[in-house]
Ligand binder design. Structure first.
Ligand code: TRP
Length: 339
């Protein structure tokens, strides 16, 4: 088992390496296998959304968070900033914080600062991205009375380790922000939250971010902005296959598509083939045909209602203690207590 990263900044960098040719990473077999499996699916081809976030994709997603059409990230941050003190006042002391998918940790600052005014606070970001974990240290390391230990793990594995390390007197606060819950379909989301609950003790807390239902044109604009950044973000998946697996996708013959599925109340992201075409992906030992109009499904984002969140808490072993909803962009931060 790998050790938790205590000080990610300590890793050395080869700064004087001479590189005259563009450096190309060895192809990842897991990526190749997932691409092959996803594009072999019938009738709906798919690519896993976790592959959207390579360096180019992560940079594009940062920009998406700045777009006027995409209010989600700002609403999440606004709520955390405005209600951090009240949130902390509702938690019993002493608290240990675990965050599922911390990213850079930037938006968690408000909560951690409020907690650190009250107590020494151990903070355990759980992230599969080593780069993001290294950023957490830089982003939050200056807060007084904080101790940060990053876990480069899948969510539930990381949470299990954090839960095993905390002392009997310590209360656990799990953060699951940014509406990642919406990227599960609702039954799978409930299943995931039950697994989170299974790692907790009664009285522990979960702060859950969830994007809420809103008018369809507003949703579609959020996932198909006028500048085309979201389109670039989605199409980057094909560009990544070209870069890493030597694929020959011609990006001009594919288009980003966002549509609202009223039955599941979710925005579905696809990439549409604009003509009949065949694409070779040599490093995945694979080639694939597309019919004109056929799509590759990349992600769905379910939009919750406040009542649905209340029922979800009950169904997954929690009780809702408080909920804050942003006025500008319907988004909810819900504080749940493990029953
Ligand atoms: N999953 C995020 C969301 O629901 C990220 C996202 C924003 C996204 N725009 C996208 C994912 C377009 C795929 C395609 O908001």
């Amino acid at each position: 088992m790998r050790e938790p990263i205590v000080s990610p900044a300590r890793r050395s960098r080869a700064t004087h390496l001479m590189v005259t040719q563009p450096f190309k990473a060895a192809p990842s077999y897991a990526f190749a296998a997932d691409v092959r499996a996803g594009l072999s699916k019938y009738p709906q081809k798919e690519l896993l959304s976790k592959y959207l976030y390579d360096d180019v994709g992560s940079a594009l997603f940062e920009v998406i968070g700045l777009l006027p059409e995409y209010g989600l990230t700002r609403a999440d941050e606004r709520l955390l900033r405005c209600h951090a003190a009240e949130l902390v006042s509702r938690l019993p002391g002493p608290v240990v914080v675990a965050e599922l998918g911390s990213g850079s940790g930037k938006k968690t600052r408000a909560i951690l600062e409020a907690l650190c005014r009250r107590q020494n606070t151990p903070y355990f970001p759980i992230e599969i991205s080593r780069k993001a974990l290294a950023m957490v240290q830089r982003e939050l390391g200056d807060i007084d009375s904080i101790s940060i230990v990053g876990f480069e793990r899948e969510y539930l594995d990381g949470l299990r380790e954090v839960a095993a390390r905390r002392k009997p007197s310590q209360h656990l606060l799990v953060l699951f922000l940014g509406s990642t819950i919406g990227n599960f379909d609702p039954p799978a989301g409930a299943q995931f939250l039950r697994k989170v609950r299974a790692e907790l003790r009664p009285g522990d807390s979960l702060l859950l971010g969830a994007d809420l239902e809103k008018p369809i044109p507003q949703l579609l604009a959020a996932y198909d902005d006028s500048l085309g950044v979201t389109a670039a973000f989605n199409l980057n998946l094909l560009a990544r296959i070209n870069r890493e697996l030597d694929g020959d996708f011609d990006l001009r013959h594919f288009r980003h598509l966002a549509m609202f599925n009223a039955e599941t109340c979710s925005v579905e992201m696809h990439i549409r083939s604009m003509r009949d075409q065949r694409v070779a992906i040599p490093a995945a030992n694979f080639s694939v045909s597309f019919a004109e109009g056929e799509t590759i499904w990349t992600e769905s984002c379910h939009k919750y209602s406040p009542q649905e969140l209340l029922a979800l808490a009950r169904d997954t072993g929690f009780r809702q203690k408080a909920q804050w909803i942003d006025r500008e962009w319907p988004f909810a931060e819900s504080l749940w207590i493990a029953d």
